[in-house]
Design a protein around this ligand. Structure first.
Ligand code: MV4
Length: 448
């Protein structure tokens, strides 16, 4: 096992990793920006190093400063959390070169799955279901030819993309030249790679993702799915597991194909395979996330596993002895609400001083938070304050429990999206479990 882990992140995920490390008997190093000197992760860690000014580019994305902090404190591993450097293959490669274990997949695996065209090729080769799609499009005429082969509507996507940026829906030949041009320009500015490809567009999809975990000794576990359709502008708002649209039969089938794909590519560590589900409940592979995800607690509660602890143990080379059962048995129902500091009307971030803070508790309630009363939320980072996660025997009981917990949550001094969560959890589609990626827009009004 490692002696000391440096956590290259902040907020609730930094605390989550600190806690797992402490329970494994591993010392911890926090890094922080000047804006985060009084943040909770700095207070909880055994040691803390300031790595630069508030802007992330100068601190949490500052590779030389982070590597220096690891060397000065003699940390033997770095956990990147999510966001920031977590999917940066170059950072993982530099860690390896410096003799520091990057807690995540290999740089080669990150590069292969991070490139959407290679990811699609891998998926095809190993039997994951895919939407009809193209290779990289050479020019607008090529795009028109491919769109006609696939059939409109199609969606243009950036090869280096993800998270929805640079996507264009195209419904006819006439729209293609402009859409192709702007998709390429956006891909070039956003991802420093102008390559775009196209795919059949699914109109009202659900977003369903499968959690996987693999050790370095050939052990691979597929740990059920999460339903993440409740999103606004590609930011997830509520996640739950299991998905209300999943059947035992489909879950078993997916667990088998995913197990095969993950084993065949030699993938290690935690990973998430994202799928779209169409209205006939067919699933199509979209992309793989090669990091621990914000919503991992949903899977922890329904599987009974500590995913972050497993991720650290696997990175240390431990052979993991979990039962080889497929699909992994799921217990009860979990829901996660992301509590953000934001303007309830415009959804703009609302940084500032938290004057009052009391988190809910009681049976079946978990709060992963990075904040406390008296702390000032900086304007420099994303607006996630806390994750409120509930677990109950059934979906219906989990919704009731979440409403009860939301009613208990006290955050004073800043605005939050707690009322949005209450509105979502009283919407008929959400209650019935028939939501799609359009549901949040309908409830909030599309004007924003
Ligand atoms: C799609 C799609 C429909 N058809 N691909 C958005 C994020 C990126 N990971 C993929 N995304 C989508 N890809 C095809 N072929 C619709 C979306 C999409 C979406 C996906 C998941 C969750 C929310 C979404 C909101 C809008 C669009």
């Amino acid at each position: 096992m490692f002696k000391k882990i440096l956590i290259a992140n902040r907020g609730e995920i930094a605390l989550r990793i600190l806690r797992a490390a402490r329970e494994l008997g591993v010392k911890t190093v926090a890094v922080h920006s000047e804006a985060d000197a009084r943040a909770l992760h700095v207070r909880f860690a055994d040691e803390a190093v300031c790595i630069g000014p508030a802007p992330a580019a100068k601190s949490y994305l500052n590779i030389p400063a982070i590597i220096s902090a690891a060397e000065i404190t003699a940390a033997d591993a770095i956990h990147p959390g999510y966001g920031f450097l977590s999917e940066n293959a170059e950072f993982a490669r530099i860690c390896r070169k410096c003799g520091i274990t990057f807690i995540g997949p290999t740089p080669e695996a990150m590069r292969a799955w991070g490139d959407k065209v290679t990811a699609r090729k891998n998926a095809e080769r190993f039997g994951l279901p895919l939407l009809a799609g193209s290779a990289v499009l050479e020019n607008a005429e090529h795009a028109v030819r491919e769109a006609n082969r696939i059939g409109y509507p199609v969606i243009l996507k950036a090869r280096g993309g993800g998270g929805g940026r640079g996507m264009r829906i195209v419904r006819s030949d006439a729209e293609m030249p402009d859409a192709f041009g702007s998709a390429r320009r956006e891909a070039e500015t956003g991802f420093k790679n102008p390559d775009v490809y196209c795919e059949k567009y699914v109109e009202r999809p659900r977003h369903i993702e499968f959690q996987v975990f693999a050790d370095q000794h050939g052990g691979v576990w597929t740990l059920g799915e999460r339903e993440c359709s409740l999103q606004r502008r590609h930011q997830k708002v509520i996640e739950e597991g299991p998905s209300p649209a999943m059947t035992d039969e489909l879950r078993t089938e997916m667990a088998n194909v995913i197990h095969k794909a993950v084993s065949s590519t030699g993938y290690t560590s935690l990973g998430t395979l994202e799928f779209l589900m169409d209205e006939s409940r067919k699933l199509y592979f979209l992309e793989m996330n090669t990091r621990v995800q914000v919503e991992h607690p949903v899977t922890e509660l329904i599987t009974g596993l500590d995913l972050v602890s497993l991720q650290i143990r696997a990175a240390a080379g431990e052979k993991i002895t979990l039962p080889d059962v497929r699909p992994w048995p799921l217990h009860g129902h979990a829901i996660e609400c992301r509590i953000n500091a934001e303007d309830p009307k415009t959804f703009a971030p609302w940084p500032g001083l938290i004057t009052e803070y009391a988190a809910p508790g009681g049976n079946g309630v978990r709060v992963d938070s990075g904040v406390y009363g008296g702390w000032r939320v900086p304007a420099d980072y994303d607006s996630l304050l806390a994750k409120l996660i509930v677990h109950a025997p059934t979906r219906r009981e989990a919704i009731v429990r979440m409403r009860r917990a939301l009613d208990e949550f006290i955050v004073g001094g800043i605005r939050t999206n707690i009322d949005l969560h209450k509105a979502l959890l009283s919407d008929h589609e959400v209650i019935e479990g028939t939501m799609s990626t359009r549901t949040v827009d309908r409830i909030t009004g599309r004007a924003h």
